[in-house]
Design a protein around this ligand. Structure first.
Ligand code: HEM
Length: 508
């Protein structure tokens, strides 16, 4: 824990110690992520590497890694060489070799696809026959707009899963964060948690929210004199400012640099959240240790600034059965909303908008998937932003979404086609919906690769987990991002300051 984040005052009753939360017994440890499997993976690494490199460069092999040899289909429950079969059997240790080569193959494919997740998804979709679904991790992924939109409108079953793999809990992810809770009715844990979070920290109509959003631009200006467009390529600075802005909007405290640097870690460490436990252990839990200290330090920032009462209030608002004990557990969960969703998502948004304004391809995107033909110069880009900043940000995030997919759990058995063959997906299989691909579905978005903030179907994009800007979006899409306006307010304050947007501009 950094010295700057050292707690200074008495903690509220029942607050507890974050280390007891972070050190709770592990959940979701599959056989193939056992230490014996990890040791064997190290010992046989060259064999897995050779296979992984072939699979990561050749789509037919990647499909083979997942679906196995076709003879496997004759022996139900024993899909000997397939990632999908292993997932169906609960990923036992004996099938671990299928995962060793599969994770290496996935990494190679990501690197070969310019480290762009969207480019990787498209590559995998092609590997599985360009149908309505493909497979990645432990489940099947929906790519068509229609299906993704239906899921975002529905009551979703959820589990502790992220990126279509079982999440490392409680050491990497906190248990029971909103993302992991099913939205199955008005009395569900999800409904209570979401409403408490909204009223306390995200209520756009509240006087404190309006006051803070008015001050945001001048706070940014005070710390960012003589801004230049190229400053938007200074990623550490952009992330630091996003961390300050998001924290200020939610808690009313403008963080000093040393604390904002801690909070920026939620974006800097984003990679670690998508790795399966097998890979974390293979790397001797380096990433997990970093995230654990990020979580402890984030709680310490709350303690240092005496903000525990916000968390205590949220806990008080929850029905008895959902209250967290100790309360610091809720603080840790809330930091996932502030840090992981808020700072991570909004930083990605600002980085994308900053790159687009300079006619550059964002770091995590692939050049062949983005077309700037409508804006031949940097000046025309800046002008388009100034003309309609809201549409500019939405369109940039449609093309390069900060959150590329979300993991649901199928509520019934269904049959999906992969590589021309039918596969039965039992109930409770992970069912990802690929927002980044839905946002480029040509049946909804004309010339989907073309950056065009004036497109008529702009508000159909599912970037914020629903068609943000369509009538009654919050009712139609129950899980639509509750921080969507906040993310826009922050992006507008930051980018608006840099490009000299009229200070009077505010979101409709
Ligand atoms: C451009 C920035 C952002 C984007 C694109 C974005 C997008 C999303 C998406 C796609 C989801 C659904 C994820 C899932 O269900 O697995 C989500 C959920 C969520 N977002 Fe955001 N988000 C952004 C910024 C923010 C901000 C600033 C906050 C708050 C500070 C926030 C808080 C949340 C929370 C708490 C959830 C969980 C909602 C639930 O499950 O009911 N997000 N966001």
């Amino acid at each position: 824990m950094s010295e700057a984040a050292e707690p200074k005052r008495e903690k509220p009753e029942g607050w507890g110690d974050i280390n007891s939360v972070l050190g709770a017994p592990l959940e979701n440890v599959t056989g193939d992520a056992s230490w014996i499997s990890v040791i064997c993976m190290w010992l046989t690494l060259p064999i897995s590497c050779i296979q992984g490199i072939i699979g990561g460069l050749c789509q037919a092999f990647m499909a083979f890694f997942v679906l196995g040899c076709y003879c496997c289909q004759c022996i139900p429950q024993w899909l000997c060489c397939s990632g999908m079969g292993s997932a169906e059997c609960g990923r036992p240790c004996i099938l671990a070799p299928a995962w060793w080569r599969y994770v290496i193959g996935g990494l190679v494919a990501l690197i070969a696809n310019s480290k762009s997740r969207l480019a990787l998804f498209i590559w995998e979709w092609k590997a599985f026959g360009e149908g309505d679904h493909y497979w990645h991790g432990e489940g099947y992924w929906a790519v068509k707009y229609q299906e993704c939109s239906e899921i975002t409108k529905s009551e979703q079953k959820r589990a502790s899963a992220f990126g279509c793999i079982q999440a490392c809990v409680p050491d990497l992810f906190a248990t029971n964060i909103l993302l992991f809770l099913s939205n199955d009715g008005p009395d569900s844990e999800w409904a209570h948690m979401r409403s408490a979070l909204h009223c306390t920290l995200l209520d756009r109509g509240a006087s404190w929210y309006i006051e803070r959003s008015k001050k945001l631009r001048s706070l940014v200006a005070a710390e960012w004199p003589n801004p230049q467009l190229t400053d938007l390529s200074d990623t550490p600075r952009v992330r630091l400012m996003v961390a300050k802005c998001v924290f200020y909007m939610m808690f009313g405290v403008w963080l000093p640099n040393e604390d904002a640097e801690i909070m920026r870690g939620w974006r800097d460490n984003a990679l670690y959240f998508v790795l399966p436990r097998l890979v974390h252990r293979f790397l001797f839990n380096f990433g997990i240790r970093k995230v654990k200290s990020l979580r402890a330090n984030s709680v310490a920032v709350i303690e240092k600034h005496g903000l525990e009462s916000f968390i205590v209030d949220i806990n008080e608002k929850l029905p008895e059965r959902y209250k967290r004990t100790p309360v610091v557990k809720l603080c840790d969960e809330m930091m996932f909303a502030v840090g992981f969703a808020g700072i991570g998502g909004t930083s990605a948004c600002c980085e994308t908008v900053g790159a687009f304004l300079q006619r550059k391809i964002p770091e995590e995107a692939s050049a062949h998937l983005i077309n700037f033909e409508k804006f031949p110069t940097i000046e025309s880009m800046v002008e388009a932003f100034k003309n309609d900043p809201l549409s500019y940000i939405k369109e940039a995030c449609r093309i390069d979404p900060p959150v590329t997919s979300a993991t649901s759990v199928s509520k019934e058995t269904r049959v999906v086609t992969l590589k021309g063959r039918k596969y039965t997906m039992p109930e409770n299989t992970f069912h990802n919906y690929t927002l980044s691909m839905a946002n480029r579905d040509p049946t909804v978005f004309a010339n989907p690769d073309v950056f065009d903030p004036s497109r008529t179907e702009l508000n159909m994009a599912l970037t914020w987990n629903g068609a943000f800007g369509t009538p009654d979006d919050e009712k139609v899409y129950p899980r639509i991002c509750p921080g969507r306006y906040l993310s826009l307010d922050v992006a507008l304050a930051l980018v608006g300051h840099v490009v000299g947007l009229d200070e009077g501009y505010s979101l409709p």
